[in-house]
Write a protein that binds this ligand. Structure first.
Ligand SMILES: *Cc1c(COP(=O)(O)O)cnc(C)c1O
Length: 355
């Protein structure tokens, strides 16, 4: 048998597993970390074969470029365990491809797909007991790359680290989300880095979001940077709007992140026979629809919460409440996507892979 990348990955297991201290029935989101992590270094023009080692602190020099120039990208996906103990991933190749798309924009060298995919599978084998099986729970997986290269010179680093760390997580209950349509600050701009999952995109969102929170909202709805007339994303999630029976979402561009949940929802909605439009959605249209009662639903879509329904949106000091409906598109779509992810339903799209 030929040796695969997976066979080459060296594993150093922890001598002091933390798993006995974890209450798997009461997990929060992303704050308990599994025993192991995958680490892969880029030096002298190439990525080394990944290694699996105990989850631990890493040491970096103060001049490491990540601290000064923010060269860092990340991904987020989940592993699910069904009642039989089988483990599944949802469209992980798409995360790998997107990581490299983000990296390219941040001048970070491309990571071989096999290091990501085989490395992740092996890490899940090692930490298989950390994958929760309780309904709504999953193992949140955070792959990321950052510049370790040294020097205050403002240029791309010549060395990087790719790490995958994981966190067993409970259901992400966002509750009722009140959002504020943002007209002053922008998350992204034409020609910018909005389509990349770059760490700095988040840093830039925190302050405007803090201002919205002070006004009593949970989250910001980003509008386009030129006119602020069109809605683009809901915080760090893609945005969906239902007017009458049409489901709409903003088209992806260099300002909008191409979410895997977003594109899966579009496909499922079409499969359900819903009318779906990918088009610009103006704030005016939203306000008019709210006033005349045709605005039925708004929700954010992303891996962490899957679907996060919005109860109210604020625009220019006025709040518009969404109706409380039963059998929403949001709940129907969330159930279908979650059933596919967790092996509770057939997967006609071929998205689920067994690990
Ligand atoms: C990660 C992310 C999303 C959601 O992407 P998924 O692949 O569905 O998790 C949406 N918008 C932004 C800005 C993001 O960073």
């Amino acid at each position: 048998m030929t040796e695969t990348i997976k066979d080459l990955i060296e594993v150093t297991k922890t001598k002091t597993s933390k798993i006995k201290n974890v209450d798997f029935d009461n997990l929060s989101f992303g704050s308990t970390f599994s025993d192991h992590m995958l680490v892969c270094d880029y030096e002298n023009g190439e990525w080394s074969v990944p290694k699996i080692m105990p989850y631990q602190a890493i040491s970096l020099e103060p001049s490491s470029k990540i601290f000064h120039y923010g060269q860092s990208v990340f991904e987020g996906l989940k592993a699910y365990k069904d009642a039989q103990g089988d483990v599944f991933l949802f469209r992980p190749e798409d995360n790998c491809k997107r990581l490299n798309i983000s990296s390219k924009r941040m001048a970070i060298p491309e990571l071989p797909e096999a290091y990501f995919m085989e490395g992740l599978k092996k890490l899940l084998e090692v930490d298989r007991d950390w994958i929760p099986s309780k309904e709504g729970s999953s193992l949140y997986i955070r792959p990321f790359i950052f510049a370790t290269g040294k020097g205050f010179h403002a240029s791309p680093a010549t060395s990087y680290k790719f790490i995958i760390a994981t966190a067993p997580s409970g259901a992400y209950f966002a509750g009722k989300v009140k959002v504020l349509i943002e007209e002053t600050y922008s998350r992204s701009a034409n020609g910018g880095v909005g389509f990349a999952k770059a760490g700095g995109n988040y840093a830039g969102q925190f302050y405007p979001t803090q201002l919205a929170v002070k006004k009593g909202y949970n989250q910001v709805i980003w509008t386009d940077d030129t006119s602020h007339e069109y809605i683009e994303e809901a915080g760090a999630m893609n945005i969906f709007v239902r007017i009458n029976d049409t489901l709409m979402t903003a088209p992806v561009s260099d300002r909008i992140l191409d979410g895997i949940t977003r594109k899966s929802i579009i496909q499922i909605a079409k499969d359900e026979g819903f009318k779906v439009e990918e088009r610009k959605i103006s704030v005016n249209e939203l306000v008019e629809a709210a006033k005349n009662g045709s605005l039925k639903e708004m929700f954010g879509a992303g891996t962490a919460a899957v679907v996060s329904p919005i109860s109210t949106f604020g625009f220019r000091d006025k709040d518009y409440d969404l109706p409380e409906l039963e059998n929403t598109y949001a709940s129907k779509l969330k159930k279908r996507i979650t059933d596919i992810q967790t092996n509770n339903a057939s997967d006609p799209f071929g998205w689920r892979i067994k690990v």
